[in-house]
Write a protein that binds this ligand. Structure first.
Ligand code: ZN
Length: 331
């Protein structure tokens, strides 16, 4: 990367936390991103990590902060950049997206990359991260999770024919480095789908491998999933030659599904899980039972095929049409 980030001079062997202004609230109060940087003593690639693109997903923030606290410049070849909270508008509103009152349109941050420096507020924040951080990086870890309703443990790899040609092999390497037996959702998305605006696809089109570890959910911090994230980030750095050491958890087999399906409920009610996160279930296995508010069973939810479970339901209250489990097809 260049020796500048935003308007800061990056000298070798530095570690700092700074804020950068990306907009203003109505009363003129600055809207800022907090950015963590560690530039190693030795030259090497740049790894960037984003947390909280969705404002109610907290484990990525925790992973980035705890992992980067442990790293020192003398241990690193290259540069590590972390933005614990990438979407301060949504984070401050404790919602997935920024509220309509802040920036209009309730844009989903991870569908509008690479943003627009002259666009709406969320588009401007995205454009600033894109120009200053993403395009300067050799690899991106974009942490997500299940939000309010789901508990997740998988690596999301949105891709299509175009990104496969450019970064397909690099992306496979990166999720393999992250490892630890965390299953991979590698379902393809066409360029006409709204997913074309996710960071993973846009970075891929620019020859920057980007994966989205989905770890956690339910509006809380899960210690064991935070540890998966810290180990995964460390494993990626070792794999890229940025850090010395032995990767952890690589003896565990990592399942990769290129087809995924999320069964939905016909009825509203209360969902009771019959399965565990990351379980391997057979076709037609019962994943959960929906009961009415009198406690009477009204629906069973079944696996569409032999699957590994990427997400399970965390919020028990469901409406007609809600998806309840994410099933990755395995043979
Ligand atoms: Zn997310």
């Amino acid at each position: 990367m260049s020796n500048r980030l935003f308007n800061w001079d990056l000298k070798p062997a530095t570690k700092f936390i700074k804020k950068v202004k990306v907009g203003e609230y109505s009363d003129g109060t600055p809207i800022s991103l907090l950015v963590r940087v560690i530039k190693g003593t030795n030259e090497g690639p740049t790894l960037s990590m984003l947390g909280v693109q969705h404002g109610d997903e907290y484990n990525g923030m925790e992973i980035i902060n705890r992992f980067m606290e442990q790293l020192e410049p003398q241990d690193i070849s290259g540069t590590v950049i972390g933005i614990p909270v990438s979407n301060p508008l949504a984070f401050n509103a404790a919602g997935r997206m920024a509220p309509e009152s802040m920036g209009w349109e309730e844009l989903n941050m991870n569908r509008i990359w690479p943003g627009n420096p002259r666009g709406l507020l969320t588009e401007r924040i995205v454009a600033s991260i894109w120009k200053n951080v993403i395009t300067e990086s050799n690899c991106i870890l974009d942490f997500h999770e299940g939000g309010k309703c789901y508990l997740a443990r998988y690596i999301w790899v949105p891709h299509n024919d175009d990104t496969d040609k450019i970064v397909g092999n690099q992306v496979e390497k990166i999720y393999g480095f992250f490892g630890q037996g965390i299953p991979v959702n590698a379902k393809p998305h066409s360029m006409t789908s709204p997913m074309r605006g996710c960071l993973e696809i846009q970075a891929g089109l620019h020859n920057i491998p980007c994966i989205a570890p989905e770890l956690g959910g339910g509006h809380r911090i899960w210690e064991e999933l935070v540890q998966d994230g810290i180990n995964g980030a460390r494993n990626v750095m070792i794999g890229l030659g940025m850090l010395q050491g032995e990767p952890v958890g690589q003896e565990k087999k990592q399942l990769v599904a290129t087809e995924a399906f999320s069964p939905r409920t016909l009825h509203g009610g209360i969902c009771y899980n019959s399965c565990e996160l990351n379980a391997i279930v057979n076709k037609d296995a019962t994943l959960g039972i929906v009961k009415d508010i009198a406690g009477r069973e009204i629906e069973k939810i079944h696996a569409p095929y032999k699957s590994v479970l990427f997400d399970i339901r965390h919020q028990p209250i469901v409406h007609s049409g809600d998806w309840l489990y994410a099933c990755g097809k395995i043979s």
